[in-house]
Design a protein around this ligand. Structure first.
Ligand code: KIV
Length: 273
């Protein structure tokens, strides 16, 4: 086995992600919410699996990420963890479980780690949630930050449009990114911001910066699995590249199955006992 093969099979840790940034190796991250899909993408070699609160949209059919609960996130993360042997598994802290106060935030993060066995948590926001992040970090729980478009604040933004186009918002984002690095976050997601700003942040901070709709100058990319596999066809922002058309494949397979059942073609003599 070559050194490269051994390295590719090694468990991904927060330290390995930092090493990847240092040597300029891009980090590939995708969301997953269940055992079977997590197993498939882990076997394909994904570096980081995010149990995103986008489960609220793509699994539960909600319009926003706000309704998903801590119990539901733990359920998804627990299922994902069982299918993964190599990727680092990060679980989103859902809306309402960390914004109130830092003790409540720590209690929520501890529940995620203890009950799901996820390896890190992700939290949306900067200076406003600093105390909560610090308390969680003090307990030895790795935290991934998330700045730019933060979907849990959709009711404040009023739109899912590109963030930090203006000087003031860009300056706050840069200062929040520096702060997240200083207090000890191991990585940072930047969502839907101008590519030049994301590149600048990735150059200024030493922690890995993972982008979604943030251009190519960052240290890695993340997409929602249902979007990139073409399961969720209703969502097609400019930044999304579709790698498969699973909705067409599934529709065709199910239509053929229905026909076969209706015409009594299925099951045939070899498909019964
Ligand atoms: O919940 C999620 O899927 C996310 C990604 C879009 C980064 O936070």
């Amino acid at each position: 086995m070559s050194t490269n093969t051994v390295d590719n099979q090694r468990k991904v840790t927060t330290i390995r992600l930092s090493e990847m940034k240092q040597r300029g190796e891009k980090i590939a991250m995708l969301t997953a919410y269940d055992y079977s899909m997590a197993k498939l993408i882990d076997e394909a070699g994904i570096d980081v699996i995010l149990v995103g609160d986008s489960a609220s949209n793509v699994m539960a059919g909600n319009m926003t990420t706000l309704p998903i609960t801590l119990d539901q996130m733990i359920y998804h993360a627990k299922s994902v963890i069982k299918g993964v042997s190599r990727a680092l598994v990060v679980c989103d802290m859902p809306f309402g479980t960390y914004q109130g106060n830092s003790k409540e935030a720590l209690a929520s993060a501890i529940r995620i780690m203890k009950e799901s066995h996820a390896e890190a948590v992700k939290m949306e926001g900067g200076a406003e949630i600093r105390e909560s992040i610090e308390r969680i970090l003090c307990a030895g729980i790795p935290v991934m930050g998330h700045l730019g478009l933060t979907p849990q604040s959709i009711n404040k933004f009023g739109t899912y449009a590109v963030r930090a186009k203006g000087e003031a918002e860009a300056a706050k984002l840069i200062s929040d990114a520096r702060m997240l690095q200083e207090i000890g976050c191991f990585a940072l997601v930047l969502e839907k911001i101008p590519a030049a700003l994301a590149t600048r942040v990735a150059q200024e901070v030493s922690i890995p910066v993972i982008g979604i709709g943030a251009g190519s100058g960052v240290d890695g990319q993340v997409l929602v699995m249902h979007d990139m596999l073409g399961i969720n066809k209703g969502f097609s922002p400019k930044f999304l590249r579709r790698y498969a058309d699973l909705s067409t494949i599934i529709n065709s397979a199910v239509s053929r199955y229905i026909d076969d059942v209706k015409t009594a073609d299925f099951p045939n003599a070899n498909e019964q006992y």
